[in-house]
Design a protein around this ligand. Structure first.
Ligand code: F6P
Length: 409
C-alpha cells in the first residue's frame, strides 16, 4: 500500500453525526492528509447521491423518520453510495470515507456488516457539537451555498435546515462501545474520545484530528537565501549564504517586520542546515531549527552538480528522471521518504494557531506546498519553488489561497 510503512488492511471510515456538525469538512481534511501520506483515499458523500437521484430541493419533511417514502429513498441512495465505495475499495483504493449522518445503530450495523464482509477494517468518526452558535455558523457558512437551497431566501433556508436537523435528532443514537472501533470529536473539536482503535492508521487519525482547529492563519514558505552551492549548481551540502543570499535575508527581515511587527505573532521554523538557520538569523527574531525540514538527502550524490551525476552515474540519473518521486538516492532519500518525515511538521503546522514562516529547501517545500494545495504527492517533484520568493498560503475550510511575493535583492 505504501512503500514506507507496514502493510495495512484497507479501511472504511464511517462518519457519524447530526447535520451541520462538520462531518464533510472533517472527511475532506482526512482525505487530504491520508492522500498526501500516500494512501489512495476518497470521500463518498451520500448527500451528492441524494441530489443526483431525487433532486437537490426536497422539503424538510423528506428527512422525517416517520415519512416512509422519504426514509426508503434515503436508504436507497445510502446503499448506492456504499456499494460504490466498496467497489472502489475492492479495486485500488486504500481508504474510503463514507460521509453521511449514519445516525442510527441500525444503519451503522448495516454499513459495518457490509464493510466487514468485504474484508475492510471499520472506524466510526463521530462529530458531536452542542454549541448552538457553532451549528448556526456551520449552517450559514456551508448549507446556504449548497445546491439544496439555490434560489431560496436565506431566512427560509435556515429555517428549513433547522427543521431538517430536528428530524435527525429524533432518530440520532450516539455510537456506543458495542459497535466496534470509534473516534468521537466533541466540544468544538477539543475533546477526542477513542474506543478500540487499533493499528497505525487509526493512531495517525487520532493524532491528526486532535490537532485540527478552525482558526484561519497564514503559512509562509520560503527557501533560504541563495547559498554558495546554489551559485555553482551543486546539490545538498551545508554551505553558507552567498552575498545575494544575505541580501535576500535582509529583504525578508524587512518584509516580516512590515507584516508582523509584533515578534510574538509569528512562529519561525527553519531546517537545521546552515543556509536556512543563517537566513532566519538575519531576521533578528527567535526561530526553531528542525532536522525534519532538512533538504532531501542526496546520499552519494551530495555535493555534485546534475551534470556531474549524469556523467559519473548515468543509471542513477536516468532512474531519477523516470520516477523522481520514488527514486531514492543511494544512501539518501526519495521524495516519498521526505514526505514520511514531514508528517510531524504537517501535524504541528495544523496544531499551531499563529502564523508560521518556514525557512527551508526546494524539495521539502514542494512536499509541504502539495499538502496545502491538495496536490497528489507524486506530482510535487516538479513544482516551482523559486529562490528569493515568499509563498504566502492562506488555508481555509475548503481550499487554500496563495500569494507569491518575490523580494528584490
Ligand atoms: O539545488 C537546490 C536543492 O535544494 C538541492 O539541495 C536538492 O537536492 C534539490 O534542490 C532538490 O530538487 P530536485 O528534487 O529537483 O533535484
Amino acid at each position: 500500500m505504501h512503500s514506507n510503512g507496514p502493510a495495512h488492511q484497507k479501511l472504511a471510515i464511517v462518519m457519524v453525526g447530526l447535520p451541520a456538525r462538520g462531518k464533510s469538512y472533517t472527511a475532506r481534511r482526512i482525505e487530504r492528509y491520508l492522500s498526501w501520506l500516500g494512501y489512495k483515499t476518497r470521500v463518498f458523500n451520500v448527500g451528492q447521491y441524494r441530489r443526483a437521484r431525487v433532486g437537490a430541493q426536497v422539503p424538510h419533511g423528506f428527512f422525517d423518520p416517520h415519512n416512509p417514502e422519504g426514509a426508503e429513498a434515503r436508504r436507497l441512495v445510502a446503499i448506492e453510495a456504499l456499494d460504490d465505495m466498496l467497489d472502489w475499495l475492492g479495486g485500488n483504493g486504500h481508504v474510503g470515507i463514507y460521509d453521511a449522518t449514519n445516525s442510527s445503530v441500525e444503519r451503522r450495523a448495516l454499513v459495518r456488516t457490509r464493510c466487514e464482509q468485504a474484508g475492510l477494517q471499520v472506524l466510526f468518526v463521530e462529530m458531536q457539537c452542542d454549541d448552538p452558535a457553532i451549528v448556526e455558523n456551520n449552517i450559514r457558512a456551508t448549507k446556504l451555498s449548497s445546491p439544496d437551497y439555490e434560489n431560496v431566501d436565506e431566512k427560509s433556508a435556515v429555517e428549513d435546515f433547522r427543521r431538517r436537523i430536528e428530524h435527525y435528532i429524533l432518530a440520532y443514537e450516539p455510537v456506543s462501545e458495542s459497535e466496534g472501533a470509534y473516534l468521537r470529536v466533541s466540544g468544538a473539536g477539543r475533546n477526542i474520545t477513542v474506543s478500540q482503535v487499533d493499528g497505525y492508521l487509526h493512531g495517525r487519525l487520532v493524532f491528526f484530528l486532535m490537532n485540527l482547529h478552525l482558526v484561519d492563519r497564514p503559512i509562509l514558505l520560503t527557501r533560504h537565501g541563495e547559498s554558495m552551492y546554489n551559485v555553482v549548481d551543486r546539490i545538498g551540502g551545508d554551505s553558507d549564504l552567498s552575498p545575494d543570499g544575505q541580501r535576500y535575508a535582509r529583504a525578508l527581515a524587512g518584509f516580516v517586520d512590515e507584516r508582523f511587527p509584533d515578534h510574538s505573532e509569528l512562529a519561525i521554523w527553519t531546517s537545521s542546515l546552515r543556509r536556512a538557520v543563517h537566513t532566519a538569523g538575519i531576521l533578528g527574531r527567535r526561530s526553531m531549527p528542525w532536522r525534519a525540514l532538512d533538504e532531501i538527502n542526496a546520499g552519494i550524490c551530495d555535493g555534485m552538480t546534475y551534470e556531474q551525476i549524469k556523467e559519473a552515474m548515468p543509471n542513477e540519473f536516468t532512474a531519477r528522471s523516470r520516477d523522481k518521486f520514488r527514486y531514492r538516492y543511494p544512501r539518501g532519500e526519495s521524495y516519498e521518504d521526505v514526505i514520511a518525515r514531514l508528517d510531524t511538521v504537517i501535524i504541528e503546522l495544523e496544531r499551531t494557531r499563529r502564523p508560521v514562516l518556514v525557512v527551508a529547501h526546494q524539495a521539502v517545500l514542494r512536499a509541504i506546498y502539495a499538502y496545502f494545495h491538495n496536490i497528489p504527492p507524486e506530482q510535487c517533484t516538479r513544482l516551482q519553488i523559486p529562490l528569493h520568493t515568499v509563498i504566502h498560503l492562506q488555508p481555509h475550510a475548503y481550499g487554500c489561497e496563495e500569494e507569491r511575493i518575490p523580494l528584490a535583492v
